[in-house]
Design a protein around this ligand. Structure first.
Ligand code: THU
Length: 135
């Protein structure tokens, strides 16, 4: 368990928690929030958005990445995922690949629980041997 109470962490947590309250998760009842700080020190947040056609639902991380890209930024410096309960909510496999597109090995991934615990890992720990083209 890493206690990380930097100013950036606090901002990420506040934004992710705010978005989490707006999650549309009537099918799973599992509300997630995500927030990113990018290479321009801009913040972006989103929540999961489910759909009656279940496979069309979108994870919180994907929404936050879309917001970052729409704003003109390209690099995830830190990303925080706010869990709705007392367990960590690590990104799903698909989201790890989506994060990989805009992250590097050193990108910090903060996993925050409802009761205030946090675990911070480097992205390389979450997706070793990630697929990617050299561009
Ligand atoms: N979910 C996320 O938004 N992020 C994750 O990292 C894991 C899962 C969402 C997808 C779905 O709406 C709900 O949580 C239950 O899986």
């Amino acid at each position: 368990m890493t206690l990380n109470l930097t100013a950036e962490y606090k901002m990420l947590l506040a934004l992710a928690s705010k978005a989490q309250k707006n999650a549309h998760a009537p099918y799973s009842n599992f509300q997630v929030g995500a927030a990113i700080i990018d290479e321009n020190a801009q913040l972006h947040a989103s929540c999961n958005v489910e759909n009656a056609a279940y496979p069309l639902g979108q994870c919180a991380e994907a929404g936050a990445i879309s917001a970052m890209i729409a704003s003109g930024s390209k690099q995830i410096k830190q990303i925080l995922i706010a869990s709705p309960n007392d367990d960590f909510c690590p990104p799903c496999g698909g989201c790890r690949q989506k994060i990989a597109e805009f992250a590097d090995a050193q990108t910090e991934v903060h996993l925050a629980t409802k009761n205030g615990q946090v675990k911070t890992v480097k992205f390389a720990e979450l997706l070793p041997l990630a697929f990617g083209f050299e561009t």
